[in-house]
Design a protein around this ligand. Structure first.
Ligand code: MG
Length: 451
């Protein structure tokens, strides 16, 4: 097993509260990132977090100091920034955003010129460069440019991928919850331009996040659920803080979880084309079932956006996504894009109510738990789980932890990348079976830990 030595880079960039991700560190990281991207043209975008402007200054200074020309996209959502990277042919992109994390957090998300996020493994190389920064000559410092039309360009690309007439005719009523995040820069205007009646909640950007927490979990979107019912709307839609993930509320007020959003997007895409589908090892079997029904090959990846976009590219996927509602639409970009995903589901609602669309998906129930474990225990548990799967001749994947696939159920035991925990997740056709599978593997992991 490979021991990862990256000090700052996690599964998707460098995250931290302001005392950890300081302007000093942000500048050094930006210098190393600039050198890693061959001192070429780098795009910079940020969300509206209170620490964002200060980190933005540091990132710009760092990039210019090593000779990179910088194109500032301003305050935009992560999908908008990643879409623009492709159209402006940048050498790389830094987005200053902490996605769904609490207000005091921020992060540098780094994407290469092909649109692939920098993983922990590639982050190690950037950290090595940090130890030996060579500044550009004073006459060759980078220049700063601005690009203000990225939201309009991104919206146009999404609109051109939709049946606009059908949506306009349907006169849908939607409640949008932007969560005081950067979804507010694009979502209300996008759906209004599709002729939808838009009722917006938390649609002003505010770094204090006064409306709700950024993670669009069921408990955090209670206000949206109530608004959908009160307004008798066709659907409610909520994004995370940077807009790459989306969840829905159906017309009856039921929460539609991320993997179902992904499954509906897959059905939409399959109407147009067939081909490989990519997802992480923690995603519901509902995706594999749909892919197989349509004769499409499934590819599993490690958990984390960089791995999804890497495999989506190498396998020429028609769609890639993760269990929490992040979907990559390769025609738009290699980024998870919560706006094209939302618009495609809205297009489907024109034909059938959302509750019916969800009811038609293959049904699975899942259960999850965690067990405390330090690094040594984590390594030992995963090693022993691997031996257990081999000994029993199970059908298993060892890409990220051990996922064991049974006939119509599966279980995964994996080490958390950020916390001293082992995560166990089980899925089956009934709630009882999922609970039994979880309890069996929880017992097994506890037994291994005690030995
Ligand atoms: Mg996000």
């Amino acid at each position: 097993m490979r021991i990862n030595m990256a000090k700052y880079f996690g599964t998707n960039g460098v995250r931290g509260t302001y005392d950890v991700l300081t302007p000093q560190l942000a500048m050094q990281l930006a210098q190393a990132i600039g050198i890693y991207f061959k001192r070429g043209q780098i795009l910079v975008a940020r969300d509206h977090r209170l620490t964002g402007e200060s980190l933005w200054h540091a990132v710009i200074a760092g990039l210019q100091s090593v000779g990179c020309n910088v194109v500032d996209l301003g305050v935009v959502s992560a999908p908008t920034a990643e879409f623009t990277l492709h159209s402006l042919h940048g050498e790389g992109l830094i987005i200053i955003t902490a996605s769904h994390n609490p207000p005091e957090w921020n992060a540098l998300k780094v994407i290469d010129g092909k649109g692939i996020s920098i993983s922990k493994e590639r982050g190690e190389k950037i950290e090595k460069i940090m130890k030996n920064i060579k500044l550009a000559n004073w006459k060759e410092l980078g220049k700063l440019y601005t690009h203000k039309s990225s939201v309009a360009e991104h919206s146009d690309a999404i609109l051109s991928a939709l049946d606009k007439k059908k949506i306009q005719k349907s006169k849908l009523r939607l409640v949008l919850d932007c969560g005081n995040g950067t979804a507010a820069t694009i979502a209300p205007s996008l759906f209004r331009s599709l002729g939808c009646e838009v009722i917006s909640l938390n649609s002003h950007m505010d770094g204090h996040f006064p409306g709700r927490l950024s993670e669009p979990s069921e408990q955090n979107v209670a206000e949206l659920i109530a608004a959908v019912k009160a307004a008798n709307a066709h659907a409610g839609i909520a994004w995370d803080g940077d807009g790459d993930r989306v969840i829905f509320i159906d017309e009856q007020g039921n929460y539609v979880i991320g993997d179902k959003v992904f499954a509906l997007c897959l059905l939409s895409q399959l109407k147009k084309k067939k081909g490989p589908v990519v997802t992480t090892v923690a995603t519901s079997k509902v995706i594999e079932d749909i892919a197989k029904q349509h004769g499409c090959k499934m590819h599993y990846t490690k958990i984390g956006a960089p791995y999804l976009s890497e495999v989506a590219t190498s396998q020429k996927a028609i769609l890639a996504g993760e269990e929490v509602g992040g979907v990559i639409w390769p025609e738009i970009s290699l980024a998870k894009d919560g706006f094209i995903a939302a618009a495609k589901i809205v297009e489907m609602i024109c034909d059938k109510p959302l509750s019916k669309l969800v009811a038609e998906l293959p049904k699975y129930f899942n259960e999850k738990t965690t067990i405390k474990a330090n690094d040594k225990e984590k390594t030992n548990i995963i090693k022993k789980m691997h031996a257990h799967a081999v000994k029993n001749k199970f059908n298993f994947l060892d890409i990220d932890g051990i996922r064991i696939n049974f006939e119509d159920s599966w279980v995964i035991v994996r080490a958390s990348g950020t916390e001293p925990k082992i995560r166990i997740f089980a899925e089956a056709k009934t709630k009882e079976k999922a609970a039994a599978l979880l309890s069996e593997y929880k017992g097994l992991v506890e037994k291994i830990k005690k030995k």
